[in-house]
Design a protein around this ligand. Sequence first.
Ligand SMILES: [Zn+2]
Length: 725
Amino acid sequence: MMNSTRIGTTKVMLLFMSTLIGAGTIALGSINPTLAAAADFGPSNPFFAPSALPFQAPPFDKIKDEDFQPAIEAGMAQQQAEIQSIANNLDAPTFDNTIVALEKSGQLLARATAAFDGVTGANTNDTLQKVRTIEAPKLAAQDDFIYLNTKLFARVAAIYKQRATLKLDPEALRLVEYDYDKFVHAGANLSEADKTELKKLNEEESSLQDTFINKLLDATKEGAFVTTDKAALAGFSEARIAAAAQAAQSRQFDAFVIPLQNTTQQPDLVSLSNRDTRQTIFGRSWNRTERGDANDTRDTIARLAQLRAQKAKLLGFSSFAAWKLEDQMAKTPQAAVQFMDAIVPAATAKAASEAKDNQAVIDAQKGGFQLQPWDWTFYAEQVRKARYDLDDAQVKPYFELNNVLQNGVFYAANQLYGITFKERHDIPVYQADVRVFEVSDVNGKPLALFYCDYFKRDNKNGGAWMSNFVGQSHLLGTLPVVYNVANFSKPAAGEPALISFTDVITMFHEFGHALHGMFADTEYPTLSGTATARDFVEFPSQFNEHWASDPVVFAHYAKHYKTGALMPEELVARLRKSATFNKGYDMTELLAAAELDIQWHSLPPTAPLQKPDEFEKQALDKTHLNVSYVPPRYRSTYFAHIWGGEYSAGYYAYLWTEMLADDAFQWFVEHGGLTRANGDRFRQMVLSRGNTEDLGKMYDSWRGAPPNTKAMLKYRGLEESTSPK
Ligand SMILES: [Zn+2]
């Protein structure tokens, strides 16, 4: 659920969105603004001018695969020319000729990349993938072209220094500070000598990240479990055994192969009754990158942690985490750590009581052993079946997709915010399954276009996500065009699409992102909609998930697709109870991974190279998360989010936004729940505001208090296990 949700990645127009600037090159003016393919670009290209369709919707009926590359290249060249002309302007820097001019730059590029990202994510082909491979590094370099432009930074800095005297409105002031901070964050303020040093560290970091990713890919592949003994797979269905045989064939083995997943726990352990097999698979997962062979990542991550600390020192921070969190809602590593420390006791206590339940099953079956991590899911599944006996086949007939969408997702939004939805069949789409709705505001005025593309296809990325084809901005005169993508099973022609409750939650989740995009009401595109901090952006989506279970909303959509009958009370009760199942384990494994991340990135610049195994053990001991039966969701040496991805010193954000979502929902509960008054207030003070003010202050002034973890623990069933019985 977490890796698969992606949001806002298409917003190249939001120049200042990338959270990790300068991981690549920091060479000033190293990019040549002339780009060859721009020659193929002219008025016949559908991206040449803004779309004439309603809401400037992409003209998918006219866009051909071969239109993207020339439009993207021309868009980059155009933006580079715009940036040069802002930087080289002979007039003294002003808010309008610099900050606003930056906001207006890159519109062609934004049009082309938004459509390109949408289509390559959800409906790609070989031609588009080739274009992607060629353009991705160029697009990454486009960011450096802006942030490492010395003349441009001098202008931004001059405006920043005078900001108090410029009589700017609050949003404009926020934008000036935001832009300035982004430049400084990337190292624009450093001396030439320090810039050279930073460039060296960035290059080493970038190459070590590559090394890490490549080693991990190979290690994960080689970590696959291989056996010729069918008995080792006892517990598997025939279909699963056939899949294991097929996986072996594709690797040219005459055997059965179970490939490793990226997490510590391996999903197949839930059904494997052979304990030796479970232990072997778990061991291969746990040690995948610590075998002392070419794929061992221990040296790589030790050096990565050290150089990131050195980089932070150069930029004026006490640790990499301090540098990374400066522009986040939490602001400091201490705030993130305090937040996590406070939930550790409840999470581990609940995990301990779940462990007891699992041990009881082992003992009742005369297992004669102590519960180990490789036993957990196998026995937890038996506990779950005994307690809730919830079968997907029983509940799915109550969740017909279109009904869930119209009478659940849209209904909740209508009750809270007064907005209405009308399907449009005249807006071109990139694939026949995509549906388009026009969203009208309370006063009947057009608010947004919403596309949904819910069915799985072979040429679609996995998971579910939201993004924009067009971002909202008063400055640019644009209204939001937003889309949700998912991977639900497509029914046979003429059959209804019956989905699981997990899928229902996914629909509400992604629509929460969509609302954040559709309610955007800001002047400047950089601060609009979902373009917020990593530890805030999942808040509106996780918040919206709550309405799926609200009794009024639930009763409005959970109806049998044939008879229209409400879901029987007894089934509803089982569904509800099962929602808190195994939450102690889930939260403990997340906390352990998040604590590892923040501790690795809190090392001081003077720290020597660490020994990863010792460091990991000490880090978990120190935070009381060294729990024998709950290993971290990712171990240090295969934690791709933090060493190879964007989540370095940011893994805590998953838990942080859950706190916000639950605390916010609790406010609704305390104020009458699903009402227009509550919805309007939330929309006005949070959902429409994008990143136009300090996110902590925005939250506190809406909530009337800072967020706390009470509701988060309550909704996960974690509070009863800590209170005395
Ligand atoms: Zn999300």
